[in-house]
Design a protein around this ligand. Structure first.
Ligand code: ZN
Length: 104
């Protein structure tokens, strides 16, 4: 399996979900244990977690939906135009849970 493509500027700046979306990247989340891989639209992830560094996404996702193990997920980005992007299953956000906040 080819490694996810990491932009060259990765180490220099925080690379966030919004940045990735602007540059036509999809987020690939794969499990080291069961090898399950899914592609996410950056917009769906922003909707769920807010804009954050792609690097920190694995901590948010936590558990693999396939084997249910924790700490096995690795997150990378893939250009929408790469051939691998066409072969992977996409996981789309179907419904957003409302988040409520008390204010005075
Ligand atoms: Zn797994």
């Amino acid at each position: 399996m080819p490694e996810p493509y990491w932009p060259k500027f990765w180490k220099k700046n925080a690379f966030t979900l919004v940045d990735a979306g602007k540059q036509n990247f999809l987020v690939k989340v794969s499990c080291r244990y069961c090898k399950r891989a899914r592609l996410f639209e950056t917009a769906d992830l922003v909707e769920t977690f807010g804009d954050m560094e792609v690097d920190h996404l694995a901590e948010k996702l936590r558990r693999c939906n396939g084997c249910k193990k924790t700490h096995t997920l690795q997150v990378g980005v893939l250009l929408r135009t790469e051939s691998e992007a066409a072969t992977l299953i996409r996981r789309r956000l179907v419904k957003r849970r409302p988040v409520w906040r008390d204010e005075r």
